[in-house]
Design a protein around this ligand. Structure first.
Ligand SMILES: *Cc1c(COP(=O)(O)O)cnc(C)c1O
Length: 711
């Protein structure tokens, strides 16, 4: 964390550009670049969570040898060429669409979390991963976009399960000297420390930079000498601290973040708040305009022109509400600059019939454009927030939707990518959001798809085995090792369930009728195994109890090791799981799953979904690309029993027989057909490339069109 300690990375001259590659996350979604790093030291690569910076620091001697190894050098040259091309060529989607001069504007994307790669633990779940995928696709499209967020020195919680299955929250002081992130320096070599003053509150903010292809992400860090001990804690860990800490975090993110962009001279002309945490950004935009002499009315109109707010959840805990008594001491002086009375000011964050200051209501009122993250979530959000526009009919409540997508280059396993390149044409990456392009998937022989899948399944089980060996060496009990998957079997239908352990996701639903489940999974001719993973929020004892319950079932000899709970779900583990399981299960309480993206990752890997029809799956399910479970209406008291019964039925009658129906060539052709359908229907529609293009066309484009495109 101490930038002065940042040691110079010394590399042999011939391969010195490894440093540029390591400090730009471009490598994370280009398999050839990942293999280049892996080949330097496969064991260290795995144990470092695929962290190339750490790898380079620890491989000095090996690199001296490799600098003379013709095979390595050829691979290196090829990757460096691809990197240079991808990060600087001008034949890009954006330039074709808007022209070169439009690059003088930029979209600023604010988010409290960014999930870019497991080696940068600055995310807790789907919201952060989505932000990370947004940035990666922005880079691919050459969209001028900068990210603004936090550098959390302790990151997010690491999960360990005790012998009783209780989640232990572990915070490491991460060693940022060895992560793909750099302190921001001025040209004169001085560290950039930004002075933030907010009324009488003075704060120093250190700035960090992450390169994501062509995109820059600026991260703020308040753990700086000169700040009060409590202010130094503001960015210590993601979603840590009490309400007052949270409020200060959000002031820094929204207000501090915008001032930082101005301070750095970044020509941001459009502002996108990913979830309500950053909504003070909109208030600061108002303040800027009022300070420049505009009336409140005009300032609001102008702010509306340049802003977008994305809401991500209908679950109440996902919407921050601050008490006025907590808020006002911070905003006393700020009010005067806004030329508002206290009442007028508090009205900005008021949600009808509710006490306090609601960050979502604030964002919905001030942002000119608003969107939800799936079609269903759009309708649910319109109902939820109808109260802000009571005079409008429901369908005119101004909340649009763009369904989330996932970055295919990052999430699709490398053997499939190679197959797409070979069979669909080398341009699969560029054509990925064109549904017609994917029709070609039917021409790929079944055995090629199936064998690519088996390789990913093998990698998953082998990684889990390695993890268990080191846990065993560290002294874990045999029960813990068993519960975490020691008995997993490569030949068994493997069902994955991995996500945050929020109660509405109902991780325990499948255990509703344990006897029926036992019969299903222990069938000797056609057995089934489950892999569970996920963290509970560090303060959520209900979520932890749920994990413990599954852990106990996993340990029960009566289930013969067919249920497992794998520790420490993160992007790394997520990748192995969505690529290597045979089937992906999701059974939230509808309509609470706003979108759900892990199922999209699975489907694009040819891992079909068995999922409640909610979020994206309500749009994505075609009848032949997986299995959809119709939810029971809210009123039913037997809802869990009925929905669980539908899941058992789907497994017993359709899924298991199809999976085990192997042809004479040992290929389950019926199953592979579903796999192909999953890829064909999901990859184009639920890719982040489709999503970001949609954000551009629907919301961002006018900021770029202000500049006439060259003829
Ligand atoms: C994709 C992802 C999520 C989101 O999963 P949902 O299906 O939306 O719950 C959460 N955590 C990690 C680590 C992910 O990679």
């Amino acid at each position: 964390m101490n930038p002065e300690n940042h040691k110079e990375l010394i590399l042999p001259e011939r391969i010195s550009r490894l440093k540029d590659l390591a400090y730009n996350l471009w490598w994370a979604w280009h398999p050839e670049a990942r293999f280049l790093f892996r080949d330097i030291d496969p064991i260290l690569w795995e144990s470092s969570s695929h962290n190339p910076v750490l790898l380079l620091y620890r491989s000095t001697e090996k690199l001296l040898q490799l600098a003379k190894d013709p095979r390595f050098l050829a691979h290196y040259d090829q990757v460096v060429d691809a990197f240079d091309h991808d990060t600087s060529c001008s034949d890009t989607w954006f330039e074709r669409r808007f022209g070169k001069d439009a690059r003088n504007q930029a979209v600023a994307y604010f988010s409290a979390e960014f999930g870019l790669h497991a080696s940068l633990p600055l995310y807790s779940g789907g919201l952060g991963v989505l932000a990370g995928d947004h940035l990666k696709s922005a880079s691919d499209l050459d969209l001028p976009l900068v990210g603004v967020g936090f550098m959390y020195p302790k990151g997010y919680v690491t999960q360990r399960l005790g012998p009783d299955g209780w989640q232990q929250n572990i915070y490491h002081d991460l060693n940022w000297d060895y992560a793909p992130i750099l302190p921001l320096y001025r040209p004169n070599g001085e560290r950039v420390i930004f002075d933030f003053s907010f009324g009488s509150w003075q704060l120093k903010i250190a700035v960090w930079l992450v390169h994501i292809g062509r995109v820059s992400l600026y991260l703020m860090d308040t753990n700086v000498e000169g700040n009060s001990p409590s202010d130094r804690e503001i960015t210590t860990q993601l979603y840590g601290g009490d309400h007052s800490m949270r409020l200060r975090q959000e002031i820094v993110l929204g207000v501090g973040g915008l001032r930082l962009l101005r301070f750095l001279g970044i020509p941001a002309t459009f502002f996108h708040a990913n979830e309500g945490h950053a909504a003070f950004l909109f208030v600061e935009l108002l303040r800027e305009k009022i300070a420049a002499g505009l009336s409140l009315e005009d300032a609001k109109n102008e702010t509306a022109q340049e802003t977008l707010f994305t809401t991500h959840t209908p679950v109440p805990a996902g919407h921050d509400v601050f008490e006025a008594q907590l808020l006002m001491p911070f905003f006393q002086d700020y009010l005067k600059e806004l030329k508002l009375s206290q009442e007028q000011f508090l009205d900005l964050g008021r949600s009808p019939n509710e006490d306090g200051w609601n960050m979502t209501a604030l964002a919905l009122k001030l942002a000119g454009k608003k969107n939800a993250v799936s079609k269903r979530h759009g309708q649910v959000s319109q109902e939820m927030w109808h109260k802000l526009w009571p005079e409008k009919p429901l369908h005119e409540v101004p909340i649009d939707y763009i369904t989330n997508g996932v970055h295919l280059g990052f999430w699709v396993q490398s053997d499939l990518q190679e197959l797409f390149n070979k069979r669909l044409g080398i341009h699969w990456v560029k054509a990925q959001d064109n549904p017609g392009f994917w029709e070609g998937i039917d021409n790929i022989p079944d055995h090629e798809i199936w064998h690519a899948h088996l390789k990913a399944k093998g990698r998953l089980l082998s990684i889990l085995g390695h993890r268990l060996k080191s846990r065993w060496q560290e002294g874990a009990e045999s029960g813990q090792i068993l519960a975490q998957g020691a008995l997993l079997d490569h030949d068994i239908l493997t069902i994955g369930f991995a996500r945050r352990f929020a109660t509405y996701k109902r991780a325990d639903l499948i255990f509703h009728d344990l006897e029926r489940l036992k019969k299903i999974i222990l069938d000797s001719a056609r057995p089934v195994q489950f892999i569970f993973a996920g963290k509970a929020h560090p303060a959520d004892d209900n979520g932890k109890a749920l994990i413990q319950q599954i852990f106990r079932i996993a340990k029960d000899p009566a289930l013969a090791g067919h249920i497992s709970f794998v520790e420490d779900y993160d992007m790394q583990l997520a990748r192995y799981l969505v690529q290597g399981c045979d089937l992906w299960l999701n059974n939230p309480v509808p309509p609470l799953e706003a979108c759900g993206t892990s199922g999209q990752k699975a489907a694009s890997n040819g891992v079909p979904n068995l999922s409640i029809l909610d979020g994206w799956w309500e749009e994505g399910f075609t009848g032949t690309n997986g299995w959809g479970i119709e939810g029971i209406g809210k009123e039913s008291s037997d809802r869990n029993a009925e929905e669980a019964a539908k899941i058992y039925h789907a497994l017993e009658s359709h899924i298991i027989p199809l999976f085990y129906d192997f042809g004479a060539d040992a290929i389950p052709h019926g199953w592979v057909k579903v796999m192909k359908e999953a890829i064909r229907t999901s990859a184009p529609r639920f890719s982040a490339q489709r999503m970001v293009k949609e954000y551009v066309e629907k919301f961002y484009s006018h900021t770029f069109e202000k500049v006439p495109a060259p003829i």
